[in-house]
Write a protein that binds this ligand. Sequence first.
Ligand code: GSH
Length: 225
Amino acid sequence: MLLFDLTTRHGARPSPFCWRAKLALKHKGLLHDEKACHYSDIRSIGDGSFRTVPVMQDGGVFVGGSLNIAEYLEKTYPDTPTLFPDDPHHRYAKFVEAWVDTSLQPQIFHTLAYDIFLLMPDAEQPYFRKTREARLGMTLEEARDLAPSKLPAAQASFLPLRRRLQEQPFLCGDAPAYADYIAYGALKWQRLCCDRELLSDAADPIHAWFSHIDGLATAHAPTGS
Ligand SMILES: N[C@@H](CCC(=O)N[C@@H](CS)C(=O)NCC(=O)O)C(=O)O
C-alpha cells in the first residue's frame, strides 16, 4: 500500500488531510509506504485524474480523498478495527469533517498561509501564491500581517472539540477513531507549520487528546521517500 503525501522544501509532511489518511491506515494496522510529492506532482499520480492528496494506492486500485480512503479501508478490510464506531453510516464523521473543513481549518489557514508559503520549495511557491491568494482574497503578505488579529477566531474554532473532550476522552468515545483523526490533522498541520501555540491553557483537554493521537501517528513510521 502506498500513500501519496504532500511534502515541503525540508521534507516535513504537514497536510491535514494526509494525516487523516495516515491515522486511518495505522488504526487498521495496515502497513504502508509513503511517497512524498509536491503540488506539481499530483497530476502524475495514477491515471492523472487526481487534483489533491492524499491518494492511496492499494495494489492496482487508486483512491483519492481522505474520507474516501477511510471508507475504502473500512469496506475492503472489514476484519480490522473500525474507523467509525457506533457510526455505521459515517454521519458523525461527515459532520466532524464538515466542521473541520469549513470552520477549523479555514480559520487556522488565515494565521498560517504565509508560514506554509515559506515552507514550500521555490518552484512551488508561485502556484501556492496564486491559488491561496485567490482563496484568501488578499496577498500572502497581507495575510501574514493580519495573522495576529486572526488568532482569536482560530482559537474559538476549537470550542466544539474542547466541549466534547470535557465530557469524554475522544470524539469517538473512550478510544480515538476517524472523527478524532479529522480534527487531529488540523492541529498537527498548524503545529508542523509554525511555532505559534494556539492553545495556551495547559489544562485544556485538547492537549492530552492530541498527545495520545500523536503517539499513534508517530509509532512505526512508514518507509518510503
Ligand atoms: N477533500 C480532500 C482535500 C485534500 C486537499 O485539499 N489536499 C491538499 C493538500 S493539504 C492538496 O492536495 N491541494 C492541492 C492543490 O492545492 O493543488 C481530502 O479530504 O482529501
